[in-house]
Design a protein around this ligand. Structure first.
Ligand code: CR6
Length: 824
């Protein structure tokens, strides 16, 4: 398909020429980084033709477009993924090999664009991949942070954060598009006038500060279909004319301030996952990229259409969590103040254009802005929010006369705060959760009042992941094997992977499947040796928990259980125990103390256990430094066991769980998030489920009745583990190091409710499930069936399926065919 354009000799010449023009070097003299750049430019050249062709096809079709608004896009490396999607990976690998260049080495030169924290940002990236692959017109809109997610170093067992200067060497895949720059205004005051001619109200913002938003476009290549969509991320710059003006008048300070404001806005991604930090700068970031994106969206629409009241026929905006929900009042502002619509007309357009995805029920993640901050920074936007709220409350009072409780719960403005989720739900036409269980909890608990009022808005869209990155690219051995067995249809239609099911009874096939797993374990073991200096045995069970560090995800439960196993092995050296390698990877938000202590605990236990020769290597613990998309691909491919052990009801969906399943690792988990649906697909016998149900958790939360001390005093083995947090065993004799963790479990003086995440409550049931994992693993026949079945049953969890559901129920897009762009 792309064969000709990646014809070996042509491609080799392009790479050589690029090295020459970019660096004045020959291939032999170029550094690996320079070769990475040269190769990327050669690939980009091919992409650009299709990019042009795609935009032309969209224009001709006058196609409806989805704008996926997100503060985060956790893209991961582009080079390898682009080659996979251009179906040219093999050709390019060979061409480079002929020049003595190893493509894998070159790929490792690319920094991971880490413009996201965790699941939410990675979901956005998977969605873009699927949208392109499925021929749907789409823009991703976000921020070009100068520093992405911090790099994590582990020093003396502690997490140390280092800035992620990902743009240092330049990003070969992006295009700066100065000509589409937009102005964004902050602060000042609003002057109100009547237009003398029309008599209409006009609102004029005065004394504001403004920033210029400059778009950078990154290509999103679809799989084998010549579609290239755009991820548009905004950079900020001071408005130079204004700056010069101020400078001329000697107002040096003002000029510098403008420059600094601009720089600061896009400086850094807030490293919080599932946690809101009410910082003014964060709100500035939100308004900055939303205002710029909406201005661009409207300008594009107006090129071909004259009636702005029909905007919703051609565009739809998906708001990825509450972070972009300032899009609602900003769209109202643009329609009223700039386009001259009246309130009712603008509301009709806005409420038919905006849709909202909820990604969590964790209270601390809900965005609520103090009104004084919000109104100072966005005075006109605040007026519009007030009016939305006023009109909404009239509706509420009409529906529930005399019920001021309802008003309190549902208002946007309450107790001095702007409640962004309420605004999103009230204003949009769709509210979706990200897994069945999560959506049910939204409807019947968290958002009950809204569900009662607007049942038609609520819908579920269970998350998914792209098999192109997490199987085709991340696990080439398995990908090749699957294609040999059932053809390559699975790459664009993952439901076809079910054709592997009959192979579960084929011993030869199972042996091959497990051999591939073994090779991937060897590959990971090499990575661990190189990065951690730890020898791990690829024949041991690779038990993996990789995700952000958060109390509700319960890495603490995992490490407590390891401490418990270690005690057992020490006490009963004769006991049979199948060797296990416990692998962790997790970043903690920089200000999240308890999460950081958990990292220290994991590393300290690792230190003690890994260096204890008396246990004959039965237990190994590895903490992977700087867990990110690129090493995640290695980890999923090599995992035997997928740890998904969140407190039931807390993990909205999870997406790592799906990546493990796809790569043949059974889930050890609670009935939470998408685990529920994974178990449904693969069957209970092929997963290890434990712990409280979400309903039980919710009941305890609402009615009490759980006291961790009851467990502590009745389970001496568990008590001993917990006491070891305080006796210095894992702290070189220091008794205070893990005091906070200890107190979080037991101490009623330090926490309102001890053990809020039910770690002690679930401990025994977790330990039993872990025993079952061991028994199952010993039985090679059984394990290989289970592992293969997990892969074979993962069809539902492709983000292609998720996107088709969004398109069908919410976005209503049409597929656009794009001819190959090689004639540009
Ligand atoms: N932290 C959820 O916690 C979900 C993703 C994507 C999260 C996680 O369960 O899979 O979103 N929520 O839907 C938020 O970020 C608010 C996440 O990644």
């Amino acid at each position: 398909m792309y064969g000709k354009r990646f014809e070996k000799e042509t491609f080799k010449t392009a790479v050589k020429d690029n090295v020459k023009t970019l660096y004045r070097k020959t291939i032999d003299e170029a550094t690996p980084q320079q070769i990475f750049q040269a190769v990327s430019y050669a690939v980009k050249e091919v992409i650009i033709d299709d990019w042009l062709a795609t935009q032309k096809a969209y224009d001709e079709a006058d196609a409806k477009t989805v704008y996926y608004m997100s503060m985060e896009f956790l893209m991961g490396r582009a080079l390898g993924n682009n080659l996979i999607n251009m179906t040219a990976y093999g050709e390019v690998k060979e061409a480079l090999a002929e020049m003595n260049i190893d493509l894998n080495v070159i790929e490792d030169e690319e920094p991971d664009p880490a413009l996201g924290n965790g699941g939410l940002g990675r979901l956005a990236a998977c969605f873009l991949d699927s949208l392109s692959t499925l021929n749907y017109p789409a823009y991703g809109c976000g921020i070009r942070y100068r520093y992405g997610m911090f790099k994590q170093k582990i020093e003396n067992g502690y997490q140390v954060e280092e800035p992620d200067n990902w743009l240092k060497e330049g990003n070969p895949f992006e295009l700066r598009r100065e000509e589409y720059a937009k102005e964004v205004r902050f602060g000042g005051n609003i002057r109100f006038e009547k237009d003398p001619e029309t008599g209409k109200d006009i609102f004029i913002q005065e004394n504001y500060e403004s920033v210029l938003a400059i778009p950078y476009d990154m290509p999103i290549v679809g799989y084998g279909n010549h579609v290239v969509n755009t991820l548009r991320v905004w950079d900020a710059k001071a408005i130079t004319d204004f700056q010069l003006d101020e400078f001329d008048r000697g107002n040096y300070h003002k000029a510098v301030e403008q420059e600094n404001l601009a720089k600061l806005i896009v400086d850094v991604l807030y490293p919080n996952d599932n946690h809101y930090s009410g910082k003014e700068l964060r709100l500035k970031q939100q308004y900055f990229f939303i205002s710029a994106s909406l201005q661009a969206m409207i300008a594009k629409y107006k090129k071909r259409h004259s009636d702005i009241r029909k905007l919703y026929e051609k565009v739809v905006i998906q708001m990825n969590d509450t972070h972009p929900t300032v899009a609602v009042p900003e769209l109202m502002r643009l329609l009223i103040d700039e386009e001259g619509l009246n309130w009712e007309e603008a509301w009709e357009v806005t409420s038919k254009t905006c849709a909202y995805t909820n990604h969590t029920i964790m209270a601390e993640a809900l965005e609520k802005w103090p009104i004084d901050l919000f109104s100072r920074l966005l005075p006109r936007i605040y007026q519009i929010v007030q009016e939305i709220d006023r009109r909404f409350l009239i509706q509420v009072r009409a529906k529930y006369p005399g019920n001021e409780e309802k008003v309190k719960k549902m208002a946007i403005l309450m107790d001095g705060q702007v409640r962004m989720a309420n605004m999103a739900i009230i204003s949009g036409f769709s509210v979706n959760g990200v897994a069945k269980l999560h959506t049910e909890i939204l409807k019947h608990q968290e958002l009950k009042d809204f569900y009662e009022m607007f049942p038609e808005k609520f819908n579920n869209k269970t998350n998914g992941i792209t098999q192109r990155r997490f199987l085709a690219h991340g696990n080439p051995l398995l990908a090749g094997w699957i294609t040999d067995r059932i053809g390559d249809g699975w790459i664009t239609d993952l439901s076809k992977i079910a054709n592997l099911k009959p192979l579960v009874n084929d011993e030869q096939a199972r042996r091959e499947f497990m051999q591939i797993k073994y090779k991937n374990k060897v590959r990971l073991a090499e990575y661990i040796k190189k990065h951690n200096g730890i020898e791990v045995d690829p024949r041991s069970i690779f038990d993996v928990q990789v995700k952000r560090l958060h109390e509700y995800k319960r890495q603490f439960l995992n490490i407590l259980h390891i401490m418990y196993l270690y005690n057992q092995i020490k006490e009963h050296p004769e006991m049979s125990f199948y060797p296990r390698t416990f692998i962790f990877g997790a970043k903690a938000a920089a200000g999240y103390q308890r999460a950081k202590e958990t990292i220290k605990l994991i590393n300290s236990v690792a230190d003690v256990v890994n260096n204890d020769r008396s246990i004959n290597g039965k237990l190994k613990i590895v903490f992977i430094e700087d867990y990110r998309v690129s090493n995640a691909e290695l980890l999923f491919a090599a995992a035997d066991v997928s740890e998904q052990i969140s407190t039931a009801s807390k993990e909205a969906s999870g997406t790592g769980n799906m990546k493990f399943m796809l790569n043949g690792a059974p889930t050890l988990g609670t009935m939470d998030g998408a685990n529920v649906e994974i178990v449904q697909e693969v069957g209970e016998d092929n997963a290890f489920i434990f712990g409280l149900s979400s309903q039980e958790v919710i009941d305890y939360e609402n009615h009490g009745g759980y006291n961790p001390l009851d467990i502590y005093f009745n389970d001496w083995e568990l008590k001993r583990v917990i006491d070891q947090l305080m006796d210095g065993t894992y702290a070189n004799g220091d008794h205070d190091m893990y005091k906070n963790l200890y107190n979080s479990l037991l101490n009623t003086q330090c926490t309102a409710r001890p053990d809020v995440y039910f770690i002690l409550k679930d401990f025994r049931s977790y330990a039993e499930a872990q025993k079952k994992v061991e028994q199952a693993y010993r039985d090679e026949q059984r394990w290989s069936k289970m592992a293969l079945l997990n892969t074979a049953c993962s069809g539902k969890f492709s983000s292609d399926r998720t996107i088709e559901e969004y398109v069908e129920d919410i976005w209503k897009l049409e597929k656009i065919q794009v001819p190959s762009g090689q004639f540009f």
